[in-house]
Design a protein around this ligand. Sequence first.
Ligand code: ATP
Length: 231
Amino acid sequence: MLELASVDAFYGNIRALQDVSLSVDAGEFLAVLGRNGVGKTTLMRAILGLMDRTTGSIRLDSQEIGRWRTDQRARAGIAYVPQGRGILPRFSVLDNLRFGLFANTKGRREIDEGVFEFFPALREHLSRLGGNLSGGQQQQLAIARALMVEPKVMLLDEPTEGIQPNIVEEIEHIISRINAERGITVILVEQSVSFARRAARRFVIMNKGSVAAAGPTAELDDGLVHRYMAV
Ligand code: ATP
């Protein structure tokens, strides 16, 4: 449903992605792995149309979206949970959720109460300022806001980074449930190989702006991890 072919992406004149090709099927869970600085966030930004320049082909449901504006891609069903969460700290939880509605793919204007099945704690804090939530709750809010889009595909950039270890498992579980219960395609950037192995059906390992290895997670062996992930 999302297909990249020979994608290069640039910050100014600097080429940060080189000849990246990958695809995900509808409802699939893909983990994007690799060391710091290899281009994982850049890959998310290229899919979203946030780079200075991107060449090659990006298709969503067979439609070429590689020249579309970011807001058009959002309305077409691509939601993003950026690294560092990107919530609005001075707005209430409810308002943060409402911000997600601007790109709702079905024209919905009221928040979907169904998301509180995944995030019961957020319902308790609707009037609190986003910035006053704990790190784990802010991450939940960022994911809940992305769900407001009713997306086809959700891109998550290191959602468990900087989260207390006892909350990490809860967030991993929520992401897996969103994929399984809502049928939303997930592309997850991760440093945690164990989470990728548990949750994802397929993986891509990036190195120096290119895809170095890819396959079913059953083939994500220690040799690959050592070669491309160990520091
Ligand atoms: P991390 O895990 O640290 O987030 P990453 O794999 O997501 O790393 P990117 O952030 O995509 O890596 O960075 C890929 C390359 O692009 C790096 O060499 C980085 O220095 C470079 N880069 C990132 N942002 C910019 C920018 N705004 N301008 C120029 N170069 C950049």
